[in-house]
Design a protein around this ligand. Sequence first.
Ligand SMILES: C[S@@+](CC[C@H](N)C(=O)[O-])C[C@H]1O[C@@H](n2cnc3c(N)ncnc32)[C@H](O)[C@@H]1O
Length: 309
Amino acid sequence: MPTMIQGQLAKFNELVLDKYDLFFPASKQVFLENCLRERLLLGGYGNYESYYNCLVGDPEEMQGLIDELTVNETRFFRNLGQFKALKENILPEMIEKRNREVVKSWGDETRYWKWGERHPLMHFRVWSAGCSTGEEAYSIAFTILDSLKFPRAWNIEITATDINRSVLDRARIGAYDNNSANDIDPDMLTRYMDRTEAGFVVKEFPGRLVKFYESNLKDLSAGRGIMTLRPADGPGIEFDASGYFDIIFCRNVMIYFDRTAQTRLVSTLYRCLKPGGFLFTGDSEPLHLFEHGFNITTEGDAVYYVKPF
Ligand SMILES: C[S@@+](CC[C@H](N)C(=O)[O-])C[C@H]1O[C@@H](n2cnc3c(N)ncnc32)[C@H](O)[C@@H]1O
């Protein structure tokens, strides 16, 4: 059995911190060591030094390790209070405002809009950052669809990103077991999912609204809002996400980062929102520890952050 010499674990720790912002405190070092041992034995690298050298030069092995190291726990409508706030307050206000803007634009609409086409002002751009197996992104899709009278008249773009390829593969399929159904309102379940032998699968229309990409939040922060989105096949797409999104869900992701990376991420998320846009973070990720420009809103047990105009 290969053994680790002093300082080696710290080197691996630095490597994943440097590439992905993932931080393993003392309490998680055993987990890190176990994952490294497993990958080392699986690949037959012999010792930790060879394995380290391989990781530095082989993106495929790095990806294999990352798929093991990330914690992907998630569920539909996690933190229900936040989805209630989205449905009861945020979306109705946003829809009304967009509708008003459309009416106001009627004077010059012919310049860019024809009957039968979606009006360019009627859009939602939402980002599920650290989407794991997709439950969060689909919960957002179901909520938006339930809030719209004529959903097909709207351009609904839900961008869902993660660094773990295996969870993204599962998310794209959109198939979930029977237990997952317990987290979804039964009427909603019937509207947006089909029953299968093993559980449920997301129907075609809600499924089409969500696009899953591999994307590293570390690169986004370092690139000050420039996002690289890698689809399942085909080359990565780069775009400037500054001021792009109406709503961002980045929940239960930054708990795995160190303080420096968390601070950087909070300001990048701020940058990626439109003025007036909304940020949801996880229950254990309050932003009061950071300097930020958001206004804080509390509704029942839900907390969210609003970028001022
Ligand atoms: C615990 S899950 C949270 C899933 C969902 N947001 C939720 O709250 O239910 C955390 C996810 O963040 C992803 N993640 C961790 N570091 C990341 C990074 N640097 N860039 C993108 N995603 C990352 C992990 O792969 C994992 O799937």
